[in-house]
Design a protein. Structure first.
Length: 425
């Protein structure tokens, strides 16, 4: 049947579905609605329809029956471009050549059209928790190239093929839209390049195994002998209770995976042992404390400044108070290093995050911080922040004018609290 979705038509359809004789109305041009199939087939189709009305919508529910061969009706998604072999496996083979570390990828055209059907906005953000080979990211890039959209995507994957397939695939398709035998067939046109990703950010999360591998215990020989004794074994034995109630709270305190805030003296040198995918070997990698802290406080980053280093000389005045001898000098490789992040917290507070390297001489470190802070103009009224974070103890509160409202918080304390405080979780 063919009709317009007017109330009279829906009423007639409900009557027909209920087994009553339905009379379909004539439209405004005097054309009567007609059957596009036999009455017998129409009645059979109507018998499987159930209509549900709510205040704001009408749903037509249809029960599908197997055909004579016992198979259910086919899918509308029968375009040849949806073939996983032609537009999935073959695409990866073209991009990586004979060697690839992923079987049965989805068709990039199928995912693209699913995104269209789902109504993904031209400036939307898509999250794929099970990224696999990266087909979703590939499809988003293709969509942007087709219609000039500015869609973004977040792909999440835990398998080892992230480094061998998922990430290289996104890099390759961003570089060129066409590949063959692992080589780009052509460069992206200026228009395609303008609609391609400019930055691909990779965030690696610490795994459970990595957390355990980075625990460092401090235990004496006598303690170990007691824990190894036969009487200490078994459920609720000394060994189990010791591990659960003491080891994690005391022995391993200060381990890197439990956030050793003493290592915040150099924000660029915090390291973790990370297990290599597919092996039991571990390697030391740098942890991006700046990025991690931004995520923890929910900071919407407005500006990430380049790091700057300074040197300084000191002297004491007649009252033995420390002061700078001369001025603070910007100098590559200088011992006093600063890097700032500005942005806004989820509740809208304008925030400044100050990261610095500490030399171990607290009095000198804080004097340099005060001088640098004042020189940058952060205490001026026209550049006032609501919240200022800084690593290590400091005297910034002493620089506040009577009418200043900004507050200073320690990165070290909030970092640890946000990672491990489970109150209210």
């Amino acid at each position: 049947m063919s009709w317009n979705a007017g109330d009279d038509v829906w009423t007639a359809l409900e009557e027909a579905a209920a087994g009553e004789t339905a009379v379909f109305p004539v439209d405004a041009d005097g054309r009567e609605r007609v059957w596009t199939c036999s009455a017998e087939r129409a009645n059979a189709e109507l018998a499987d329809i159930r209509i549900e009305r709510t205040e704001d919508r009408i749903e037509v529910l249809k029960r599908y029956r197997p055909n004579q061969a016992g198979a259910l009706p086919g899918t509308w998604w029968d375009d040849s471009s949806y073939s996983a072999s032609e537009s999935g496996t073959k695409v990866l083979k073209d991009m990586f050549g004979a060697s690839r570390d992923f079987d049965y990828p989805k068709s990039v055209h199928l995912v693209r059209d699913c995104l269209r059907a789902a109504g993904l906005l031209s400036n939307g953000l898509l999250l794929d928790y099970f990224a696999g080979s990266g087909t979703t990211g590939h499809a988003v890039i293709n969509l942007n190239r087709e219609d000039g959209g500015r869609r973004k995507f977040i792909l999440v994957e835990t398998a080892s093929y992230f480094d061998t397939v998922s990430l290289p695939r996104i890099k390759k398709i961003a570089f060129s839209p066409e590949w063959k035998d692992g080589k780009a067939r052509r460069l992206a046109t200026p228009e395609e390049a303008g609609r391609s990703p400019r930055i691909i950010k990779v965030v690696r999360l610490e795994s459970y195994e990595d957390a355990l591998n980075n625990l460092e215990t401090r235990r004496s020989t006598t303690q170990q002998l007691l824990l190894d004794a036969a009487g200490a074994q078994g459920t609720d034995g000394l060994t189990e209770q010791y591990v659960l109630r003491y080891m994690l709270n005391v022995e391993t305190l200060g381990s890197q995976s439990l956030l050793n805030v003493e290592r915040f003296t150099d924000p660029t040198a915090y390291k973790l042992k990370v297990k290599r995918p597919g092996s039991d070997e571990s390697r030391e990698v740098n942890v991006d404390l700046l990025e991690t802290f931004n995520w923890l406080v929910g900071l919407t980053v407005k500006h990430l400044a380049a790091p700057h280093s300074f040197s300084a000389a000191f002297e004491r005045d007649s009252e033995k108070r420390l002061r700078l001898k001369g001025r603070l000098k910007q100098e590559p490789g200088g011992p006093y290093w600063f890097r700032t992040v500005t942005g806004a917290t989820p509740d809208g507070r304008k925030t400044l995050v100050i990261w610095r390297k500490l030399t171990g001489e607290a009095e000198q470190d804080n004097l340099v911080l005060d001088e640098w802070f004042t020189k940058q103009g952060y205490s001026a009224k026209d550049s006032e922040f609501d919240l200022i974070y800084v690593n290590g103890g400091n005297n910034l509160e002493n620089l506040k004018a009577p009418d200043d409202t900004w507050k200073v918080r320690l990165i070290d304390e909030d970092f640890h609290r946000l990672m491990f405080d489970t109150e209210g979780a």
